[in-house]
Design a binder for this molecule. Structure first.
Ligand SMILES: [Ca+2]
Length: 365
């Protein structure tokens, strides 16, 4: 008996098998094209993550110029206090005062509002509670630069700042004390202005203080990573002076080679690339931000507004606000903070003979 020949098996494809095969094939084809799209690196330019420059949508407010905003490099490795690493941020476009607020402008505010500045008021109970307060600080006073009586050879880098004196009766109308006045200085920047005074003026004028980032963007005048607001030339090169700073031997011997030993009329020196005068020197300018030395490490990329609170100032446990731009007292051998990247900070109730401000205004109506 022979074994019957086994029939050769023929494949039988059921419908569900065909459907699974089609599904697998479809997934493969889909993934072939989708995966590269999902995981490929974006090729957008770095600037795409920043606010871009803008043009104004309304006529220029009186005395103001348009600052277009956009990305820029803020800070510098050359900052004298080593607290300003360069980092890219961006600001929205805004209006900014062409000059620092003058005595004439501030007088109009006082006439209209009756406002009393910090220096014209007696110290608060909180200020009096800060330890031994000498008699001249128990009455209205301000801080005046006065190097008279100091040794001729004093080294400012090895001395406490003994050239600052607390003067009873010094205020914006009496910059050197009660016997001084501003009659011949109405077009000079107002001084002895606290942060609170500056904010009060801005609110009255329908304006505000600049953020620190707005201030630096404006000060750079469209130049990138330059040492000065006007570029790279040092003050006095070829007999050209770009700002009111201090020449000679600080603190007692200011040769005033730039033409002025104290404040200068606003607009005396050439404007920067945005048409702004005195962004370097003349008087310090308050910004809206609280100060923190580490803020640049955590700053948001767009429109940074400073930390939620500030660190204590140098000579007090009060928190500090940012000031920018340096003053007529900035001397290369002692204080180079008339540079666009340089930062300063003082308690908001601090008033002194080299401190003023300017305003900004939002770009949209
Ligand atoms: Ca000067």
């Amino acid at each position: 008996m022979t074994r019957p020949m086994q029939r050769k098996a023929t494949p039988s494809y059921r419908p569900w098998m065909i459907a699974v095969a089609c599904l697998i094939l479809g997934l493969g084809i889909g993934l072939r094209f989708l995966l590269p799209l999902l995981f490929s690196k974006k090729t957008e330019p770095a600037d795409a993550f920043f606010i871009q420059p803008s043009t104004p949508v309304s006529p220029a407010p009186e005395g103001m110029v348009w600052i277009p905003g956009g990305p820029f490099w803020m800070g510098s490795d050359d900052d004298p206090e080593g607290i300003a690493p360069p980092h890219q941020v961006a600001v929205s476009g805004f209006w900014m005062d062409r000059t620092e607020v003058t005595n004439a402008q501030f007088a109009a505010f006082i006439r209209a509002s009756g406002y009393k500045t910090t220096a014209e008021l007696p110290p608060t109970d909180e200020e009096l509670a800060q330890g031994d307060v000498p008699p001249e600080r128990r009455v209205p006073f301000s801080v005046c630069f006065d190097p008279s009586g100091l040794p001729a050879g004093i080294d400012p880098n090895r001395s406490p700042p003994v050239w600052w004196k607390f003067i009873a009766g010094a205020d914006w109308q009496h910059p050197e004390g009660p016997l001084s006045n501003i009659k011949e200085r109405m077009n000079h920047p107002v001084v002895h202005i606290s942060w609170h005074d500056a904010v009060a003026y801005c609110e009255w004028a329908g304006r505000r203080l600049p953020t620190e980032a707005e201030w630096e963007f404006a000060a750079r005048g469209g130049l990138e990573k330059q040492e000065f607001c006007w570029g790279s030339q040092k003050q006095g090169t070829g007999g050209k002076w770009y700002a009111n700073s201090f020449q000679g031997k600080f603190p007692g011997q200011d040769s005033a080679a730039d033409g002025y030993r104290d404040t200068s009329p606003v607009g005396t020196y050439p404007p920067n690339g945005y048409g702004l005068h005195d962004m370097s020197g003349n008087v310090w300018e308050w910004c809206s931000d609280w100060y923190a030395g580490t803020y640049y490490h955590t700053s948001p990329k767009n429109n940074p507004k400073g930390p939620e609170s500030g660190v204590a100032g140098r000579d007090t446990n009060q928190q500090a606000k940012v000031r920018r731009g340096g003053s007529f007292l900035c001397a290369d051998e002692y204080c180079r903070r008339y540079l666009p990247a340089a930062r300063d900070h003082n308690p908001p109730n601090d008033a002194a003979s080299h401190a003023g401000f300017r305003c900004v205004k939002h770009g949209t109506p």
